[in-house]
Design a protein around this ligand. Structure first.
Ligand code: 3HC
Ligand code: NAI
Length: 694
């Protein structure tokens, strides 16, 4: 028996050296007469995460993936001795393709397998699209490949994607299987030699329709369909060639570059410059949340979902009861959808201790304030926290716009105060902006970054500025959207331009969903910041004054049928906008989609450049991840800064100068960083690689 063990922490990615090592070990085992069977397995916590994603962005050097990985898979499949692949943890992408090429697949019961390449803008490139349909049928294989979602070992066994589940020791079970196969004496079962799966046209058409709807704008799912079709219509060898050709084409695409950037960026944001090294995090075992409203309730849920006990404090009993009832309803809805058991819900609710007394917060390690967005209310709350919190407790505010450094000064321990800006609904949205105030201690920052990960968030560290990163950029886009309305566009046109770009929803539909009163109240609170003589659009005030606060009142920028969330363009709003333009003395005219897109996007990109220039975000990746996970920026465009690089910064800069010509400098003065980078070849991302090896 030859045991080949891939040992390449942390996830056994199939980097160049691993591929070469695997191939050489295979060749030696095949050449060794004393070897009767081969087991391939992986060391560490998981089988293999597939191709090394970081290699895609390096200068191409032969031998290329997938050619070299195909050498591995073809050597495995062609072996005259049985090759058993023993799977644990996750076997994904190229990792699972190695298994598919093997003659017998055995997995631990908790293992998961899958082909997630589509999430990186690719198709499987080492035979996955040709072998999986031969094992489980074309329609099922297409489900796996177009969704990219992993499947449990139990399901994979049911469908025939694997051959056995090992309940005891995996190596022992692999050994037993190997003996059986050797003694059986039959030639190895080669997946590529199995009869081609007949295409189920109706099932494929269904998947095509789903892809067109749910993965709008994405190239890769359509290529997946092409490749799986090839498995039914072409010979295995020609099918592999077709797969390779499609894979290589996609690998060079801007979409794949953007999705790789999104994958790696999500992990990169955790590695904050200056905060790595030996700064120890503080221990957080007990949490308190102040305010049981929209945000406080959701924040409490995040912590109890991760098993941490939470004291939930309100000013009044009634508000507390309401808050707890909402949490209970949220969990009940999850149970109804099959996402939680009653027992789990009860256990989570038991971790929440409602209270009206600040004295109960004395033992908390982390206290998060989520009361009304009003500096005076926050002052009173922080003074009370300061009086009771234990020394070393972290005091966080969930404020959206207020100055965290000012809030810190309401306490005698500004070094312990930090912003933790969750997004609504807090128990669902993955983004967490952790806000560094002037005096926040480094170990407090390390702790809130770590706790963010512990509760399943993608935490991005940002600086203290009006709206931090996300809302500050959003405010620019919102402003342009209103200006476009008063110049001639309608909400449905602007929303369509942005959904066509790839956003899940347009700004007006989002406003209706969130409730227009949030923005309205914010406008009122910030009225004193408006500069005389600087253009301001008060259309939102006019809409809200009519009691149209969005979906919850049945009307906002759109109208809604009872019980429906479908936005319907409303002639009453159109008239209101037309009247508004007339009153404001603005001559309405048709505005092209291209102009709408540029004004909405470039206003954000320019603000992003200011944010970077001011050091509010340390790196462009921080800005991009905020937008990808907090505001539904399409992942396949990589985020606003990455997208700007793809557009070419000199083009963005030139367009902003043209807008300055038309609308003046108040809103369209290019950010100094953008001016600096506005020459061919310069980028926000200095490394510049958007194309990869492979
Ligand atoms: N290549 C390179 N590095 C990878 C990687 C990969 N395929 N997958 C994960 N990593 C790195 C991560 O960047 C992270 O690095 P860091 O520690 O420096 O931040 C580290 O491994 C650990 O990853 P996670 O933090 O994501 O660990 P988890 O345990 O949460 O998740 C996982 C593990 C489920 C394997 C997850 O990392 C994952 O989904 N990876 C991507 C899998 C994938 O998309 N594979 C397809 C690759 S394309 C391909 O195979 C082409 C082929 O068809 C030819
Ligand atoms: P909310 O009005 O739903 O909830 C605020 C809660 O705080 C209410 O239940 C109220 O009774 C309670 N409260 C008020 N004063 C209190 C006090 N002195 N002591 C204890 N409890 C008190 O407001 P929401 O939306 O939850 O916002 C809370 C904070 O989160 C604000 O700072 C807001 O800017 C911020 N935020 C809001 C987001 C949103 O989408 N709603 C998103 C991100 C941040």
């Amino acid at each position: 028996m030859a045991w080949i063990t891939v040992d390449h922490p942390p996830v056994n990615a199939l980097s160049r050296a691993v591929r070469a090592g695997l191939l050489s070990a295979l060749r030696s085992a095949l050449a060794d007469f004393s070897v009767r069977a081969i087991v391939i397995r992986c060391a560490g916590r998981t089988f293999s995460a597939g191709a090394d994603v970081t290699e895609f962005d390096k200068t191409p050097e032969p031998p290329h993936l997938p050619a070299q990985l195909s050498d591995v898979t073809e050597t495995i499949e062609g072996a005259t001795k049985p090759v058993i692949v023993a799977l644990h943890g996750t076997a994904l992408g190229g990792g699972f393709e190695i298994a598919l090429a093997g003659h017998y697949r055995i997995a631990t019961r908790d293992a998961k397998v899958g082909l997630p390449e589509v999430k990186l803008g690719l198709i499987p490139g080492a035979g996955g699209t040709q072998r999986l349909p031969r094992l489980i049928g074309a329609a099922e294989a297409l489900q796996w490949i177009t969704s990219g979602n992993p499947v449990t070992a139990v399901r994979a066994l049911e469908l025939g994607a694997i051959d056995e589940i090992a309940d005891g020791d995996l190596a022992q079970a692999a050994l037993v299987a190997a003996h059986r196969l050797v003694h059986d004496g039959r030639p190895p079962r080669r997946t590529g030699e199995l009869a081609a799966a007949a295409a189920d046209d109706a099932a494929i058409a269904d998947i095509e329709a789903t892809v067109a709807k749910k993965q709008r704008g994405l190239l890769a799912p359509r290529y997946c369909i092409d490749a799986v079709r090839a498995a039914s219509t072409l010979s295995f060898a020609v099918g592999l060639q077709r797969e390779r050709q499609l894979f290589l084409e996609l690998r060079e695409s801007p979409q794949a570059a953007a999705l790789r950037h999104a994958f790696l960026g999500e992990r990169e944001v955790a590695k904050v410059p200056g905060l790595t090294g030996d700064i120890a995090a503080r221990e957080v075992k007990a949490v308190a949340v102040i305010g049981a409203g929209t945000m406080g309730g959701g924040i409490a849920m995040c912590f109890v979902n991760a098993g941490l006990p939470v004291k939930l404090l309100e000013a009044e009993a009634q508000a507390l009861e309401r808050g707890i009832a909402t949490i209970r309803n949220n969990y009940a809805a999850t149970i109804a959808r099959g996402g939680l058991s009653q027992g789990e819900m009860d256990a989570r609710l038991r971790l929440i201790s409602p209270t009206l007394s600040y004295g109960d917060l004395a033992a908390a390690d982390l206290i998060i304030e989520a009361v009304f967005e009003d500096l005076d209310v926050k002052r009173r709350v922080f003074e009370q926290i300061d009086a009771v919190a234990r020394p070393g407790a972290i005091l966080a505010t969930n404020t959206s716009y207020l100055d965290v450094s000012a809030i810190a000064e309401f306490t005698r321990r500004p070094q312990d105060v930090v912003g933790m800006h969750f997004f609504s609904p807090a128990n669902v949205m993955r983004l967490l902006e952790n806000v560094r105030a002037k005096k926040t201690a480094p170990e407090v920052l390390v702790t809130v970054m770590r706790i963010g990960k512990a509760i399943g968030k993608i935490a991005v560290l940002v600086g203290d500025s009006d709206g931090f990163v996300g809302n500050r950029m959003l405010a620019q886009r919102t402003r342009e959207a209103y200006f476009l309305l008063e110049e001639g566009a309608m909400p449905q046109q602007i929303d369509k331009v942005l959904t066509d770009f790839g956003f899940a929803m347009g700004p007006f539909a989002v406003g209706d969903l969130a409730g227009l009163d949030i923005g309205w109240r914010n406008r009122q609170a910030r009225a004193h910041l408006r500069k005389p003589g600087v253009r301001d659009c008060d259309l939102l005030d006019k809409v809200c004054a009519l009691g149209r606060l969005g979906q919850k009142t049945g009307a906002g920028w759109y109208r809604y049928e009872k019980g429906s969330r479908l936005p319907i363009p409303d002639p009453a709003i159109e008239q209101l906008i037309i009247d508004h333009s007339r009153q404001a003395g603005i001559a309405r005219h048709a505005i092209g989609d291209e102009e709408i897109l540029q004004r909405c996007l470039y206003s954000m990109i320019n603000e992003g450049a200011k944010i970077l220039g001011e050091g509010i975000a340390a790196r462009p990746v921080d800005v991009d991840i905020v937008w990808l996970h907090g505001y539904g920026f399409p992942a396949w465009r990589g985020g606003p800064m990455f997208h700007a690089d793809q557009l070419g910064l000199s083009n963005v800069y030139a367009a902003i100068l043209r807008l300055r010509e038309r609308f003046g400098p108040d809103f369209w003065t290019p950010a100094p960083l953008l001016s600096e980078l506005a020459s061919p070849g310069k980028r926000f991302y200095p490394s510049g690689a958007t194309h990869g090896d492979g």
